[in-house]
Design a binder for this molecule. Structure first.
Ligand code: ADP
Length: 489
């Protein structure tokens, strides 16, 4: 094998320490996959108040205690701590930046639960985090071959490495991955001087006259990736959510590609998953029936024979297609179905969902919370899994669902259009039911096609069986990243 590389992978969320979106799952499973390829990969993230030191065996490193991080004209104290994550094969070192004011004293991660809005100093919080990444490397005397940053929160790390310590990091290359092009870290009121970089670099941050951290990540990276080939094509074109930033990608076109995420085949393996009381032991019907009954009980729904149970686990926002679901509800619940939704987010959308739940109490049940163990039971206990997304960079839940025997019904956009092949009954080919147009009638028609096939239990079982044997491990995609890294030297 070629010489292993040293890689610092920085992400604002890393599972199992903290998770809001798919980037956290990727940070975990990707870094373990790269470690399995032999690389010295280490991850770094901020310590939010939800992260328990005891549970995660987080400890101090003497050299990284009480260090001072320059932010604007101030020096902010930080202590960088250590922990690790592992699967049953390898272990990855984790560095965790702690600071009371910016992270530990706050209940929310990006959003202040008291106001329901973004923290006003989010820019400063992540400037601090990105600077702490660089200072950590300097103190450790570790100058990795690759710094791989993810999404706007860590984008500035690339610029700091490149321009604050050009000599120390002279050999370091920079990769930037976009997990959501709709979230750009746009800060109209931020003074550029706070960022602490030369004025000559300001244009790399400015998009439509506002400071845009995502643009900086794209500009400073040696290579940019996103998390599926179809999403890469979508975001190169103008669209409703990208705020015109496709122009920055267009300028980087030759150094930009989409690579499908893999999944964590350790924690999301139905044979051994910690959160499943009834694990998969080879009997699909037994596995699904036991988990369905536990799930219905958990959601206070009465079991109904011959009725498919549909699940959703998602941030509740426009991106995930909740307005479409809401507009489809009356037609949808005419069908013989039951549905459970786990998620949290937009207050208005939640209110609308509650109204629908009151109208169809024996068909729909909701839980507005973040609950990782329950998310496993939903995947294992549902027959179908709905993703009517407006846009979707990858769509990890598609893969978790198939692994757990829940058949996806999806809007074929972004990563979902790479993953979904429509099930065609007479031919018995395809893995899911999909629709293209963001319209209630198209969503309903996909659900109807699924419920029709469900009536033929033999056919349904063979569809489920095919899904459960699909391989979504990181093996292939980790090699693609390996090739990109090596192409930069
Ligand atoms: P995104 O990153 O756009 O939010 P993804 O589908 O890539 O979407 O990843 C979201 C991940 O977070 C999935 O693994 C999903 O199951 C999980 N998730 C979302 N909301 C919840 C919740 N309320 N409880 C548990 N897991 C959740």
């Amino acid at each position: 094998m070629a010489k292993p590389l040293s890689i610092l992978f920085v992400s604002s969320e890393v599972s199992p320490f903290t998770k809001i979106g798919g980037v956290a799952d990727v940070a975990f499973s990707y870094s373990l996959a790269m470690r399995e390829l032999g690389h010295d990969i280490r991850v770094m993230f901020p310590k939010y108040s939800q992260i328990s030191e005891r549970k995660n065996k987080i400890h101090e490193i003497n050299r990284l205690k009480d260090i001072l991080i320059p932010v604007g004209k101030e020096k902010i104290p930080a202590t960088v701590k250590s922990s690790s994550m592992n699967n049953n094969k390898v272990k990855v070192q984790a560095y965790i930046a702690t600071n009371d004011e910016y992270f530990e004293s706050r209940k929310g991660i990006y959003i202040d639960p008291r106001t329901g809005k973004d923290y006003e100093d989010n820019a400063e919080r992540f400037i601090f985090f990105c600077k702490s990444i660089i200072e950590t490397c300097i103190i450790l005397g570790w100058f990795p071959d690759i710094v791989h940053a993810n999404d706007w929160q860590t984008a500035l790390a690339l610029a700091y490495v490149k321009y604050l310590y050009p000599k120390k990091f002279a050999k370091t290359k920079f990769v930037f991955t976009i997990h959501n092009f709709g979230k750009q870290g746009e800060f109209p009121n931020l003074q550029y001087s706070k960022i602490g970089l030369p004025d000559s670099l300001q244009n790399n941050f400015l998009h439509q006259k506002k400071i845009n951290f995502l643009k900086a990540g794209i500009s400073f990276a040696d290579y940019v990736t996103t998390v599926s080939p179809a999403y890469a094509k979508e975001i190169l074109k103008p669209n409703d959510y990208s705020n015109g930033l496709h122009t920055a990608l267009e300028a980087k076109k030759d150094k930009f590609t989409g690579i499908m995420n893999g999944i964590d085949t350790y924690n999301w393996n139905p044979k051994i998953a910690e959160h499943l009381k009834t694990k998969f032991r080879g009997d699909i019907e037994g596995f699904k029936t036991a988990n369905k009954s536990e799930l219905l009980n958990e959601f206070d729904l009465k079991p109904k024979p011959n009725t498919p149970l549909i699940g959703m686990i998602s941030r509740i926002d426009n991106q995930k297609g909740f307005p479409l679901l809401i507009d489809s509800a009356d037609e949808l619940f005419k069908e013989n179905i039951q549905m459970v939704i786990l998620g949290d987010g937009d207050a208005e959308l939640k209110k609308k969902l509650q109204k629908i739940q009151k109208k169809y109490p024996d068909k729909l049940s909701l839980k507005f919370e973040f609950n990782e163990p329950l998310s496993h039971i939903i995947e294992a206990g549902t027959d179908m899994f709905l993703m009517p997304s407006l846009y979707e960079a990858c769509g990890l839940n598609f893969m978790y669902s198939l692994n757990y025997g829940s058949i996806p019904i999806v809007r074929a956009v972004g990563g979902l259009s790479d993953l979904a092949t429509d099930f065609i009954p007479p031919k018995n080919i395809g893995n899911s039911f999909s629709f293209k147009n963001y319209l209630p009638k198209d969503l309903i028609s996909a659900v109807k096609r699924a419920t029709q096939v469900y009536k033929n239990q033999d056919q349904w079982l063979s569809l489920v069986k095919n899904g459960m044997t699909a391989n979504y491990s990181w093996a292939g995609s980790a090699k693609k990243y390996d090739e990109i890294y090596r192409s930069l030297f």
